[in-house]
Design a protein around this ligand. Structure first.
Ligand code: GDP
Ligand code: MG
Length: 198
């Protein structure tokens, strides 16, 4: 896959504005500040296609990135405490509206900060995805920030905390590049798998 050909396709603030379901899609979800924009840039070998912010909670739209035959879907981050009830409703309408459509959803990448036990919002998102039966991988971000002992402890704890098989988790660092190539392979695998048989 030609990752570096990606370009920003557009942003949707309401579910009525979503692009038509004309391409296979890979979705990225996680709480704000988890490292989603950094991961997308790393994946696409770009410095700043997706905007990286030290202040959480700014992206309130679904952002779309296009490669030749695939669309990357950057969901707005959740779990940002200082947003109004109105903003939360809008977030829910947007996300639920997206998942309610019949889209060609090949993979959901759920990002969780490797340093901490999953938050209630992480669990809610995970349960929503598991109940929907979406193909999913949990990416454990900012793994570079953990020393070896803490890293071992967190990686051992996550499968129980999340109820997800360790084989569906990937330690990741946008800083060191750990996990980037594996994630590319996972995405590519999901694309090949569902190609029509001729
Ligand atoms: N050390 C480290 N910092 C990271 C990593 N990924 C993101 N960050 C930092 O975390 C902050 C939030 O990143 P961003 O990609 O904007 O998160 P988003 O809100 O989920 O899109 C920024 O200051 C990033 O530089 C990582 O893998 N390692
Ligand atoms: Mg972001």
């Amino acid at each position: 896959m030609k990752w570096e050909t990606a370009f920003f396709e557009g942003a949707s603030g309401t579910s009525a504005q979503l692009p038509s379901c004309d391409l296979p899609e890979v979705v990225f979800a996680g709480r704000s500040n988890v490292g989603k924009s950094s991961l997308i840039n790393k994946l696409l070998r770009r410095k700043s296609l997706a905007r990286v912010s030290s202040k959480p909670g700014k992206t309130a739209t679904i952002n779309f990135y296009r490669l030749e035959n695939i669309r990357l879907v950057d969901l707005p981050g959740y779990g940002f405490a200082r947003v109004s009830a109105e903003e939360k409703r809008r977030w829910a309408e947007l996300i639920e509206g997206y998942f309610a459509q019949e889209r060609d959803l090949r993979l959901v990448v759920l990002l969780i900060d490797a340093r901490h036990a999953p938050s209630q919002d992480d669990r809610t998102m995970l349960n929503f995805l598991m109940e929907g039966g979406y193909p999913m991988v949990v990416v454990l971000t900012k793994i570079d920030k953990l020393k070896p002992t803490a890293r071992r402890e967190r990686l051992a704890a996550f499968p129980n905390e999340l109820g997800v098989d360790a084989g569906h988790m990937l330690p990741f660092s946008a800083e060191t590049g750990e996990g980037v190539e594996q994630l590319r392979e996972i995405v590519e695998g999901q694309m090949v798998q569902s190609l029509p048989v001729t």
